[in-house]
Design a protein around this ligand. Structure first.
Ligand code: GN1
Ligand code: MG
Length: 351
């Protein structure tokens, strides 16, 4: 097993040594490694997607340095150097490996269970960006170019309709049309990119709940997984929290009747993030919390459907129509959120 064979490169060979799969990401693989005395997190970075992992290492080093200097109390989990001093180990045909210390008594969740957890997570992502507002972001590498460029995702969706699997295109005609009907979300993003009221800040870009560490009392400790930390807009982070915390069921749920938008979770995300970022966000940005949810949910629906039309090249599929099911799920979530527009309209955070 590849995850085992890398461990001696970190000097880890004492027995007993236990390696178990950890978390549920679609792109990278993660394991928890337990030795007699210590625990670690081992991660394999997918080098088909992160083609320049050294850029991740550069960003992590830069962010770590800044935090150490300006916010030394923040718990930053830096990768453990291998025997030869490297932060990442490359194994041809497999990918890049990294090892992190496991923070004692910490835990993470795969699913948000309470508004309190949503609040804590949103506060942690907001805090992360806030602490780095003084950093010169021009030194950061772009680890995934155009990652959250909605316009590009829309173009890729259009392209897949021309070059993709024709049977799938025909079968998904209704979903394609529904998604095209929401293209106003893309136009709005184009305006945002041209609006100086929207600031580029250090943004995490992957704010699912499993990327937050909690302590034994259920308080957020810090955020993890900085692979996609790079300059971006706050709507990426707030939006992905809405996408993944609002509904009681995940993007994998095939029974769409279970998808709903929970008001108390919406409020918790806004309150948690705003509490940390209120002095940083411009008034225009503050009016775009609701849009943030639309933006990320719509982008993910496009990405899943694009991938389905392209024969699951990016996300893969454990059963034949998985990406179609995921796309339909996200489209349904988008509709559930849009139904809340009037309800949330009264608050200042509904753009
Ligand atoms: C991927 O691998 P994971 O689950 O952290 C994807 C995200 C998507 C997510 C959907 C690099 O993230 O953008 O939102 O799947 N990451 C990349 O589950 O494409
Ligand atoms: Mg990730």
């Amino acid at each position: 097993m590849t995850s085992h064979s890398i461990l001696p490169s970190y000097g880890l060979q004492e027995q007993p040594l236990q390696v178990e799969a950890f978390g549920s990401g679609l792109i990278n693989s993660t394991w928890k490694v337990t030795t007699a005395g210590r625990e670690y997190i081992l991660q394999k970075v997918n080098d088909a997607i992160f083609t320049r992992p050294e850029k991740i290492a550069h960003n992590v080093r830069m962010i770590a340095g800044y935090l150490q200097q300006h916010h030394p109390d923040y718990l930053f989990i830096a990768p453990i150097a291998a025997n030869d001093g490297a932060e990442m180990i490359y194994r041809k045909g497999e990918g890049f490996f990294r090892l992190f210390p496991f923070v004692p008594h910490s835990h993470s969740f795969d699913v948000v269970e309470t508004p309190g957890q949503a609040f804590e997570a949103a506060a942690q992502f907001g805090r992360f960006t806030r602490m780095l507002t003084g950093m010169d972001t021009s030194g950061l590498e772009i680890t995934l170019p155009e990652f959250h460029n909605l316009n590009l995702r829309y173009q890729q969706f259009r392209e897949a309709q021309e070059k993709g699997n024709s049977q799938r295109i025909t079968a998904c005609r209704w979903m394609i049309e529904e998604l095209e009907g929401h293209a106003g979300i893309v136009e709005r993003f184009e305006q945002i990119k041209n609006n100086p009221e929207f600031k580029l800040r250090v943004t995490h870009h992957d704010t699912k709940i499993s990327n937050v560490l909690f302590d034994a009392q259920g308080k957020g400790i810090c955020v993890i997984d900085l692979d996609t930390a790079m300059p971006g807009y706050f709507i990426s982070d707030v939006g992905d929290m809405m996408r993944t915390y609002l509904s009681p069921v995940s993007e994998e749920e095939a029974d769409y009747s279970k998808i709903e938008v929970r008001d108390d979770f919406y409020k918790a995300i806004v309150a948690g993030y705003y509490g940390e970022m209120k002095d940083e966000l411009t008034a225009t940005e503050q009016g775009h919390f609701f849009y943030a949810g639309l933006f990320m949910i719509y982008m993910q629906a496009l990405r899943f459907l694009t991938d389905y039309l392209n024969n699951d090249q990016y996300y893969g599929a454990r059963y034949p129509d998985q990406n179609k099911v995921r796309a339909g799920n996200q489209l349904c979530l988008l509709q559930r959120l849009l139904e809340k527009r009037e309800l949330y309209e009264g608050d200042a955070f509904c753009g």
